[in-house]
Design a protein around this ligand. Structure first.
Ligand code: GLN
Length: 437
């Protein structure tokens, strides 16, 4: 739909945590950004009550670059608190509703960004992925979700979840937008020492010729429906003269435990800065003992999932336990990277479904345990823990709901992913959600 009546649209879909009233007349394009990317003029909360009221005095590098390219920032999108989640239900400000069926989730944690990309015409959204937060919502909302190589896009101005894992990327309805906006947001940045001096994007030069499908990924519990469409997609790829081969990547089965140890270890240190004195909320008696103030303040303003992750992460890196959990997880991460690299010597991409099921209803999500939710990430976590670029393409609709296919390529090989997106755009009539207000 056209960008108008934002208030009504937001009432129905809860896309934004904050948004503008109208679009500037000379804007060349509009974009939105996950609320964990800071932007001048917009409150930045990362979905957390603890940051309510925080007005950042600067733009994240990715936002600055989009603005310099003529982009107009429409709003900041709802997300799971600090990125902790798979369905965007852990948001303190609004839970985005799936544009294909508002009883269902947009996915997470960049749920609002996927919703914006699905709902608005000619619109691109910046998302952030730590363990799958671009691919998952893209697959649930029927849009493209591109997560670049770790280091390709500056993290400056990003409210960190896990510094060694976080990647800023794009969600869009059209494949051509990925090609257009990826070069804009990419590049080394003096403000972010983990942004990399990188090879040119060379978009359009490298084509998809061969794909590996790891058998182990398909052994997880994947719905029959998703498997059926996955298999049909393989035939479509073969019809495009792409070689498809099944391979073995046994180490993938350790990716979820390794990821949740590393991600929570990093998150638990990152969250320490929200002490009630520096950013966002502040309250009460600042002459109280710091430890008392710190714990009562954080008990009050952090959500349940954030607290769980602080506990998990602190435990995993505690003296006496770090060897057993944190350092073991780091070794698993190394083994996963080695395994991918081995396959990229023979194949252009590794392919799996993006999520094991179509977007679930909120009623069903409320019955899931934290562990059920973590386990749902078993297809998106491997490329994320390896820092490899990956793309979720909107596949076909099943029961009227979209599903996604996930392609991972070698580090810096985003050009293969863009080629896949373009091939897909021409092979499929990607369906728009029937958006009405
Ligand atoms: N669902 C995963 C998690 O909760 C990934 C989220 C993300 O990429 N931010 O950690």
């Amino acid at each position: 739909m056209k960008i108008e009546n934002l208030e009504l649209v937001n009432e129905k879909y809860s896309i934004f945590s904050s948004f503008v009233e109208g679009v500037e007349a000379d804007a060349q394009f509009t974009f939105s950004a996950k609320d964990s990317l800071v932007a001048r003029g917009f409150e930045a909360t990362a979905g957390s009550m603890i940051l309510k009221g925080y007005m950042p005095p600067f733009d994240a590098t990715s936002i600055r670059k989009m603005r310099e390219a003529g982009g107009f920032l429409l709003g900041k999108t709802n997300m799971d608190e600090f990125g902790f989640g798979t369905f965007s239900v852990n948001s303190a400000f609004g839970i985005p509703k799936n544009p294909f069926d508002i009883r269902r989730s947009c996915g997470g944690s960049s749920g609002g960004s996927a919703c914006a990309a699905a709902v608005f015409d000619d619109h691109v959204s910046l998302g952030v992925s730590t363990g799958g937060s671009i691919a998952c919502p893209a697959s649930f909302c029927g849009v493209y979700g591109l997560t670049p190589s770790y280091g390709r896009v500056s993290r400056y101005g990003l409210i960190d979840y896990g510094n060694s894992l976080d990647k800023v990327g794009l969600l869009s309805f059209r494949a051509s937008d990925l090609k257009k906006y990826l070069p804009i947001i990419s590049g080394v940045d003096d403000h972010d020492p983990t942004s990399a001096v990188q090879p040119d994007l060379k978009l359009g030069r490298k084509k998809l010729k061969s794909v590996a499908i790891p058998r182990e990924a398909l052994e997880g519990s994947i719905s029959k429906d998703v498997l059926k469409y996955f298999e049909e997609s393989i035939e479509i790829l073969k019809g495009m003269s792409v070689d498809v081969e099944y391979v073995s990547m046994p180490v993938l089965k350790y990716s979820i435990p390794a990821y949740y140890v590393i991600a929570t270890a990093e998150a638990s240190t990152n969250l320490a800065r929200y002490c009630g004195m520096r950013y966002g909320q502040q309250e009460g008696d600042l002459t109280a003992k710091f430890d008392d103030y710190f714990s009562s303040f954080r008990s009050r303003y952090l959500g349940v999932e954030a607290k769980r992750r602080i506990l998990l992460g602190t435990y995993a890196r505690m003296a006496g336990y770090a060897d057993r959990y944190y350092y073991k997880a780091i070794r698993v991460r190394g083994a996963i990277i080695t395994d991918y690299k081995k396959h990229f010597e023979r194949f252009d991409a590794v392919m799996t479904p993006t999520m094991p099921f179509v977007s679930p209803k909120f009623d069903d999500i409320s019955l899931m345990s934290a562990l059920d939710s973590y386990k749902a990430d078993f297809l998106t976590v491997p490329p994320n823990i390896a820092g490899m670029p990956h793309l979720s393409v909107p596949c076909v609709s099943s029961e009227g709901m979209p599903i996604g296919l996930l392609f991972t390529s070698a580090h810096w090989d985003e050009d293969v992913l863009i080629d896949i997106a373009e091939k897909w755009d021409s092979a499929f009539d990607v369906r728009h959600a029937d958006v009405r207000i």
